[in-house]
Design a protein around this ligand. Structure first.
Ligand SMILES: [Fe+2]
Ligand SMILES: [Fe+2]
Length: 177
């Protein structure tokens, strides 16, 4: 049985992951409206990944027979001044989530809840990757302020965030994407 304090915080985190998903839908829709389809596709895909993170946490709590209360989310930022802003918002969000994930791992350890600590390890690795790829993308869109096609070409070539199947990923409630 996971530690009750951990269960509470993980339920909260489910809301933050859904919130991240909504933020990425908002970014994708902004880019779609600006006819920047690669940037839009990148954020639509990230939105699904965040939803999947939430559903992995749901599955963990289901498996542990713990209480699950699906939380609501804060409304995302959906108006942006330029093509840089959605990525800046996204990077801030990823850094904030990294802090939350690390705090969850620390809480599990503090309560000697080793299965929960182990469950968090995949998310720790995932956050390192997501902060890195969002930092790269921020540099690219900053350089593309006057020429958004530069960012579009970069995404067409590099396909950042494209990870393929990860056999170490935790199972998600409702099945994989
Ligand atoms: Fe996430
Ligand atoms: Fe993320």
């Amino acid at each position: 049985m996971p530690d009750p304090a951990f269960v509470d915080k993980l339920n909260e985190q489910i809301g933050y992951e859904f919130g991240a998903s909504q933020q990425y839908v908002a970014a994708a829709v902004y880019y779609d409206g600006e006819t920047l389809p690669r940037l839009a596709a990148f954020f639509y895909a990230q939105a699904l990944e965040e939803r999947n993170h939430a559903m992995m946490m749901v599955q963990y709590l289901l498996d542990a027979d713990a209480d699950i209360v699906i939380p609501g989310t804060q409304p995302p930022r959906s108006s942006f001044g330029d093509i840089v802003e959605p990525v800046r918002v996204a990077l801030e969000q990823e850094k904030r989530v990294t802090g939350q994930i690390n705090a969850l791992a620390a809480l599990a350890r503090e309560h000697s809840d080793y299965s929960s600590e182990q469950f968090m390890q995949w998310f720790i690795k995932e956050q390192v990757e997501e902060v890195a790829s969002m930092s790269d993308l921020l540099r690219v869109v900053e350089r593309s302020r006057d020429n958004p096609m530069f960012a579009e070409d970069f995404l067409a070539r590099e396909d950042p965030g494209e990870e393929g199947d990860d056999p170490t990923a935790p199972a998600a409630a409702g099945g994989a994407l």
